[in-house]
Design a protein. Structure first.
Length: 569
């Protein structure tokens, strides 16, 4: 149970601390006083999404903390899984900042928001007006029923989830072999075509670059040939203005040779020049050979363009380079080889899939049987509760659609039942879908019936009701208050209400009020005692603390004490 709640810098709250007790804790106050702020603060500790707008204006950070008492043995799996020290007293906290930083702690240890939510979902159930709306969606009804089924349904859904995971894994393996026979043959045909297209192209790494270089050379063949010819002439033939480079070097060799007898250095230089002459002569012959080999080949140019286009097409299909295309081809050959030998494996996997589907369908049927059996008990229990809640002529039923046949089944992780709650609010009227039948007050009573039924079977230690008494008044308000008191005998209940009947039934009353000071608006919460409780009940009853209102409030309290004593007896 929640022993205390501390809130700092949330909305209108500077700082407040609420010490909750066992049984029924009721929070009341004027509209706009800040009751929703307390609930929003509790939602933060339950792991719900944090909105930075909740941080009090002018503040950088906000803090929410709760002291919670639990039976640590019942949470041993959670503590082990999250490597936390087990303790019967928990300090749960959450810090928000305008920068967006969000820190959650369990007994001082920082944990993820998901971890916090996992823990608090097992401790607290907060039921607000929005949860009424969940009853209006048929897809949610099966979840209510499964929660009522309890452990058996949870175990059955666990087995189904394991089989479903196996089914998906084996189907993936089958897909990797090429799928069924037709799909595999299509895949093999495509791979064969791709391999043939790449192989017949006879490409090699760097080919396109070489082709582009050759194309560039062909496009400038005349200029290249003329340049080579001129170079040959300069080296070997000479021009109109003088001898060739080779003849000039040879002349220098002859001159140095004439004086070589006078200095060994002259002879050495003459030898080096002679070597240069040989090199020049070889270069001249090379240039002449290059020049003679340059021929503009229009057919070759066409072949190059076609080859570059072919390579471009292959790149668009298989990779950004010749290397990637060849790697694709190698991979395709390996896949094709695997598929060519996959018929036996595919047959085995197909057989395994059928076997898993048979098991799944059997589990679906078993779960459906559990649900239908539980639905009868739930319907009877709901009718009893609705009778107590002023709907004696009501009829309630969980209607199931027929299960699809084995071959028509679409496989799901949580079963294949389609179920919807039907309600008739008056005797003799036909059953209709709950979403099309119930008014706001009737939806509130149906939800309260669910909560009362589940209170004794769930492990949740604290139930929080946020103004679920919408649409309820008069005699029905008294009945709802009795139900609240009944639930609070086995669970701690925290209720935000505007009904005097519920406030009178409380084991602890808290008044939320808003006030102005120092140019700012503030919210605080105070526990009421004695006559102050009667005053607040009178305010809720009529808004004016007249003698009659106070008398009525006192009568409500006296009646509530009788009812609670009867529960204890």
């Amino acid at each position: 149970m929640i022993q205390s709640l501390t809130v700092k810098n949330i909305a209108l709250i500077d700082e407040l601390n609420i010490e909750f007790g066992n049984g029924l804790n009721v929070l009341s106050g004027e509209t706009g006083a800040g009751k929703s702020i307390v609930v929003d603060s509790m939602n933060l500790l339950l792991g719900e999404r944090a909105d930075r707008e909740l941080i009090r204006s002018g503040q950088e950070k906000a803090h929410v903390e709760a002291n919670i008492c639990i039976d640590s043995a019942a949470f041993a799996d959670f503590f082990d899984e999250n490597e936390l020290e087990a303790d019967d007293e928990l300090i749960i906290s959450r810090d928000l900042s305008v920068s967006g930083k969000n820190v959650c702690r369990i007994n001082g240890t920082v944990v993820s928001l998901a971890t916090l939510k996992t823990l608090m979902d097992r401790i607290v159930d907060l039921h607000g007006q929005h949860e009424h709306q969940s009853l209006l969606y048929a897809k949610n009804h099966i979840l209510f029923l499964d929660n009522y089924c309890g452990k058996k349904a949870k175990e059955a859904k666990g087995r189904i989830a394991q089989l479903y995971t196996r089914l998906k894994n084996v189907q993936r393996q089958l897909d990797e072999t090429g799928g069924d026979e037709r799909e595999r043959m299509r895949s093999m045909d495509l791979l064969s075509f791709q391999i043939q297209e790449i192989t017949e192209a006879k490409i090699f790494a760097g080919e396109e670059d070489a082709l582009r270089d050759e194309r560039e050379k062909l496009n400038h063949a005349q200029f290249i040939a003329q340049t080579l010819s001129n170079g040959y002439a300069e080296l070997y033939l000479g021009g109109e203005e003088g001898g060739s480079a080779l003849s000039l070097v040879q002349d220098a060799v002859r001159l140095l040779s004439q004086i070589a007898i006078y200095d060994a250095a002259y002879e050495k230089t003459a030898e080096r020049l002679q070597e240069s002459a040989f090199v020049l002569e070889e270069c001249a012959h090379d240039l002449r050979g290059f020049s003679e080999s340059i021929v503009f080949d229009e057919q070759r140019q066409t072949e190059i363009e076609e080859r570059i286009d072919l390579l471009g097409g292959l790149k668009r299909k298989y990779g950004n380079s010749e290397k990637e295309i060849l790697a694709f081809c190698t991979d395709a050959q390996q896949k094709l080889e695997k598929m060519q030998h996959a018929e036996e494996e595919a047959a085995r996997l197909t057989s395994e899939i059928i076997g898993i589907q048979d098991q799944l369908y059997a589990e679906y049927q078993a779960l459906s049987g559990l649900r239908k059996e539980a639905a009868k008990k739930l319907s009877a229990a709901v009718l009893k509760e609705l009778n107590d809640l002023g709907m004696p002529g009501a009829n309630f039923e969980a209607k199931f659609a027929p299960l699809p046949g084995r071959k028509e089944t679409v496989w799901h992780r949580d079963g294949i039942d389609e179920m919807e709650f039907y309600l008739s609010t008056n005797e003799g009227e036909p059953l209709k879908p709950l979403s099309k039948t119930a008014s706001g007050g009737e939806i509130s009573r149906v939800m309260l019936a669910f909560k009362n039924i589940s209170a004794g079977s769930e492990d949740i230690s604290t139930l929080i009701f946020d103004e679920i008494d919408t649409g309820i008044s008069g005699r029905m308000a008294l009945v709802v208050s009795e139900k609240m008191a009944s639930i609070s005998r086995s669970r701690q209940v925290i209720c935000v209400t505007h009904l005097p009947q519920i406030a009178a039934m409380a084991d602890a009353n808290f008044l939320i009020r808003k006030y102005s000071a120092d140019g700012a608006t503030h919210t605080n919460v105070a526990r009421l005692e004695g006559a102050n409780i009667t005053d607040e009940i009178a305010r809720l009853a009529g808004g004016i603390e007249t003698e009659n209102a106070l008398k009525y409030a006192g009568e409500l309290r006296q009646n509530a004490e009788k009812i609670k004593r009867a529960f204890k007896g």
